[in-house]
Design a protein around this ligand. Structure first.
Ligand code: E4P
Length: 217
């Protein structure tokens, strides 16, 4: 399973990259705004800064919602760096755009997926990734993990090459459940990734080993 980090915070991206487990980054307009980035030039510079930290797969989201405008944006984003994956919303024009970009050899991430049918359409259009938002489904008392499972089954039935990128992660348990289901990628905030590291028995065991090693040096 691939690990992406879901943030536009450069320090968090560096920290995850330094752990040696990072395969990519996802951002969205809200995450960019949270970092105080304003204006098209600053947005582009920020994507470049992210690309300089990681090896590949930086999702950059289009901001418009009509086919022609999104296509122009997508071309600009893709031209920024070969590591860019263009993130496209799950709307009719978005679907058309995914088909076009796939034909142009530009990788896409279809975002805001909340049903198996939406994932199926995005895969048919050739999306590189679909992003089901499991935390936001959990937030409204629907089973986000079940959505991941349903998409897994559909993609396996037809051997779609589109990867399931489990998004809107709220806890380390979400990550391990996604791994059990067979999500291809999980994109998570740094906090949940770091929490995977922790276990009180590891801490206690290490403290004891350090104590007992004093006479061995
Ligand atoms: C995915 O690409 C999105 O950026 C993200 O996972 C949304 O998560 P949220 O529901 O925590 O905003």
């Amino acid at each position: 399973m691939k690990f992406f980090i879901d943030t536009a915070n450069l320090q968090h991206i560096k920290t995850a990259q330094d752990l040696g487990i990072l395969d990519g980054v996802t951002t969205n307009p809200s995450l960019m705004a949270k970092e105080g980035i304003t204006g098209a030039a600053a947005v582009k510079a920020h994507y470049k800064a992210i690309c300089d930290i990681v090896e590949d797969k930086v999702s950059a989201e289009v901001l418009s919602t009509t086919y022609d405008e999104m296509l122009a944006e997508a071309k600009e984003l893709a031209a920024l760096d070969p590591k860019i994956v263009v993130k496209v919303p799950m709307i009719a024009d978005g679907l058309k755009l995914i088909k076009t970009l796939t034909g142009m050899g530009i990788r896409t991430n279809c975002t805001l997926i909340f049903s198996p049918g939406q994932a199926l359409l995005a895969a048919k259009a050739g999306a590189t990734y679909v992003s089901p938002f499991l935390g936001r489904l959990d937030d409204i008392c629907q089973d986000g993990l079940n959505l991941i499972q349903e998409i897994r089954e559909i993609f396996d039935n037809y051997d779609f090459h589109t990867e399931i990128l489990a998004a809107s992660i709220r806890s380390p348990l979400h990550i391990t459940y996604c791994a059990k289901i067979g999500a291809d990628v999980v994109t998570s905030p740094l906090d949940s990734i770091l929490r995977l590291l922790k276990h009180p028995l590891t801490d206690n065991g290490l403290a004891q080993f350090i104590k007992d090693s004093e006479g061995l040096k």
